[in-house]
Design a binder for this molecule. Structure first.
Ligand code: MN
Length: 501
């Protein structure tokens, strides 16, 4: 359900008429070469489209208007081959409303010391031309990423890849719809928030659906569909004997499959990119969706437990950004700590709903009592999450603004068996360490729910936050508590004043 190949990035070159037709011909040629090279790069997953060079304000305005309304174009790579007086860019940039990255490169990698002459100097002016462009962006307070280096440099391609994926996540969010079955878990603060403001800021809508409407979909699922799903479970997972056909709890597996098929049909019908549910509102449902939520997340749907629509929407965006990359992403919750002085760690899990895309090995399909919700025992996938670098991202509503908090973590191998814990789980060491990370996370108001991702890094989140124009806080290896606390205070002031800046 996620197709990055549907998207385009437009490669846009700024110049002017001052240097004559010969120079402009060369500018166009060189730009085409760079755009083609970026398009061919295996690192950048999105099509890069060359656009004719821009020499004046009317052309620039027209290009920005086209980019703004084009449904495939997720943003611009902008580059100044020569000087391009930046007042020409004002009207275009004012209406663009799509992300852009400023590629600060130049056509030649090296200075041709032996041959350099004034013709060369006229043609290759990126070093100062891009500064003029940078000024107008800063003057207009436009958020953009600046990437510096030669266009063949693979590190430059990496930076563009991250930006492009973040832009794809952002584009996917525009007009996206998220559904809530039931409301928020009663009395919980952090999962709630201003849905109208979210729609203004992020472009997605969040709407509630009665659980009865979902139950009607579930009830329409045929025995044949249920059978084909349970067969898929048996092929893909290690299904415990009691749940297998002929086993004493096979009926529960069928109920779970029916819920999954019903949910999927509902999501498709209503054109939803993610959903939330809550165990406090399950009237007419046999079980809380466990395996259903796990598998739908793996398909690309965003999910948040207990009505957490912000995490559901963020989860979907991260799924888009990480599409095709190694490692998965999931709804997650900091569950319990290992506070041993020999190595402090966090055990992350949820009641049921951890995405199978982060499973290390073949998940086991099991049934156990839940203890809350008052329904039949739910079927779930149980697995460990593999070792490796990851992030935990939390989006909260501060009342006056949205804040995105990201913690870099190192997921570690779970050495000991946990035979009595029948949920999917991850064990990680937060950066710079548990004490500092948890202290700062709590001071920042970060939620207990997060999106956990082994596919993307903090850089994606930073680019995304800039596109959304929201506050971004990083807790990582180099985070200094004193500086971080100052950042919280200064950000309060900045976001209070920013509307006037
Ligand atoms: Mn929860």
């Amino acid at each position: 359900m996620i197709q990055l190949s549907n998207y385009e990035i437009w490669f846009v070159t700024g110049t002017q008429h001052l240097y004559g037709d010969e120079t402009l011909k060369k500018v166009a040629e060189n730009s085409k070469t760079i755009a083609q090279h970026l398009n061919d790069s295996p690192i950048i997953p999105i099509k890069v489209v060359f656009k004719p060079i821009l020499t004046g304000p009317e052309e620039i305005y027209k290009l920005c208007l086209e980019a703004k309304t084009d449904s495939k174009c997720i943003g611009l790579i902008t580059w100044m081959h020569t000087f391009s007086p930046a007042k020409m860019w004002i009207n275009g940039l004012k209406i663009l409303q799509k992300p852009f990255v400023h590629l600060h490169t130049q056509f030649n990698q090296d200075i041709p010391f032996a041959d350099i002459d004034m013709d060369f100097m006229n043609l290759n002016q990126s070093a100062h031309g891009c500064r003029e462009f940078g000024f107008i962006n800063s003057r207009m307070r436009l958020q953009r990423k600046v990437v510096v280096g030669h266009w063949k440099d693979t590190e430059v391609h990496e930076r563009l890849n991250v930006w492009a994926r973040a832009a794809a996540g952002w584009m996917d969010m525009q007009g996206a719809r998220f559904g809530r079955f039931g409301d928020n878990m009663r009395e919980v603060a952090v999962t709630d928030g201003d849905k109208v403001e979210a729609q203004i800021k992020f472009g997605y809508s969040v709407n509630g659906y009665g659980i009865g409407d979902l139950v009607a979909y579930i009830n329409q699922i045929s025995d044949k569909e249920v059978e084909s799903l349970t067969q898929e479970y048996e092929q893909k997972y290690t299904v415990t004997k009691e749940l297998r056909k002929g086993g004493e709890k096979y009926k529960a597996l069928c109920d779970a499959a029916k819920i999954e098929a019903g949910l999927r049909a509902f999501l498709k019908d209503k054109n939803l990119k993610g959903f939330t549910d809550t165990f406090e509102d399950l009237h007419g449902m046999v079980q809380l969706p466990g395996i259903a939520a796990q598998r739908l997340m793996a398909e690309g749907y965003g999910f948040g437990g207990e009505g957490d629509w912000k995490t559901a929407a963020l989860g979907r965006a991260i799924k888009v950004m990480g599409s095709g990359l190694k490692g998965g992403s999931s709804f997650m919750e900091d569950y319990t700590y290992h506070l041993s002085p020999d190595g402090m760690k966090v055990l992350g899990a949820h009641m049921l709903e951890i995405d199978e895309s982060i499973a290390d090995g073949k998940p086991s399909c099991e049934i156990h009592p839940l203890g809350i919700g008052g329904k039949s025992d739910p079927v779930r996938l149980v697995f460990n999450v593999g070792a490796g670098a990851a992030i935990n991202a939390s989006l909260i509503d501060m009342g006056s603004r949205f804040r995105l908090i990201v913690n870099e973590v190192e997921t570690v191998k779970i050495e000991k068996d946990m035979p009595k814990l029948p949920v999917a789980r991850a064990l990680w060491i937060p950066q710079p360490n548990l004490k500092v990370a948890a202290q700062l996370w709590i001071l920042a108001g970060g939620a207990h729910h997060t999106v956990f991702s082994q596919a993307i890094t903090t850089e994606y989140m930073e680019d995304f936050a800039e596109m959304a124009g929201i506050e971004y806080l990083n807790i990582g290896e180099k985070t200094d508590p004193h500086q971080f606390k100052n950042e919280l205070k200064w950000n309060d002031l900045y976001y209070h004043l920013a509307k006037g800046i």
